[in-house]
Write a protein that binds this ligand. Sequence first.
Ligand code: SHN
Ligand code: NAI
Length: 205
Amino acid sequence: MSMLPLFVNLKGKKVYIIGGGTVALRRIQHLQKSNASLIVISPEAEDEIQTMHSHQQLTWKKKEYEGEKLADASLIILAAGNKQVHDAVYENVSSTTFINDAMNAAWGNAAVPGTVQRGKLNIAVHTNGASPKLTKQITASLEKNFDHDYGEYVDFLYEARQWLKKTNFSAGKMQALLEEWLSEEYHAKEAQQKVLQMLKNQAQQ
Ligand SMILES: C[C@@]1(CC(=O)O)c2cc3[nH]c(cc4nc(cc5[nH]c(cc(n2)[C@H]1CCC(=O)O)[C@@](C)(CC(=O)O)[C@@H]5CCC(=O)O)C(CC(=O)O)=C4CCC(=O)O)c(CCC(=O)O)c3CC(=O)O
Ligand SMILES: NC(=O)C1=CN([C@@H]2O[C@H](COP(=O)(O)OP(=O)(O)OC[C@H]3O[C@@H](n4cnc5c(N)ncnc54)[C@H](O)[C@@H]3O)[C@@H](O)[C@H]2O)C=CC1
């Protein structure tokens, strides 16, 4: 069954990663952007994971998974690459916990997409296990389409929309402006400044 795309805030939540290899490391690098508290359970770990442990950026428990219930987990990443280990986790943890299984999209109930981030713009790509390579190809093409300055334009849209909410423009005018700012000319800094100045003048005290 296809997964529902959903962005979640994991700040302050506990995420367990079973396994400490290259796939675990890639997941950790993605999860570090979330400010979640990361706990790696694995007898061995990539050097980068060990360094993060010594810098207290995560906790590495140097051991095999031994049936812990992990009752405080919001998310569990299975990256041991051993079906018996993955099965032991399914048997021991609550069925209400989200699990991402790096061995097979269909076994877990949470997926890690390929992502492109430009400031507040977050694009996620996933093929439900059809082709991780296609995901990589699509994210590479999105990287080219949305250059690194794109985040600044999205920041402008954010700021302008916050000011717009403070005006007493009619609903129709607000919609028209929100639409207008999507045209190419508003990618230019000068046009953005003009809009922000106009909105600040119109904003209710
Ligand atoms: C189900 C999923 C796990 C999940 O839900 O998290 C999963 C599963 C598997 N991947 C495998 C292999 C590869 N994965 C990649 C790359 C990525 N894989 C990612 C996600 C996912 N991979 C999820 C589904 C995503 C989707 O469907 O769109 C990305 C997006 C994110 C990330 O991993 O961080 C990342 C993009 C990297 C980037 O953008 O740079 C490459 C390409 C490469 O590295 O060059 C290869 C080698 C080529 C190949 O095998 O196709 C194998 C076989 C392993 C084996 O047989 O040993 C399995 C297991 C299986 O499917 O059986
Ligand atoms: N999602 C993805 O993009 C990809 C997924 N995969 C899948 O992910 C799996 C893992 O891949 P890699 O990281 O390359 O493998 P790896 O062999 O480098 O890492 C496996 C890790 O699991 C640990 N481990 C082994 N037994 C354990 C146990 N009982 N309890 C806890 N940890 C244990 C090992 O010490 C090692 O750190 C692969 O088998 C494959 O199925 C592979 C490539 C890409």
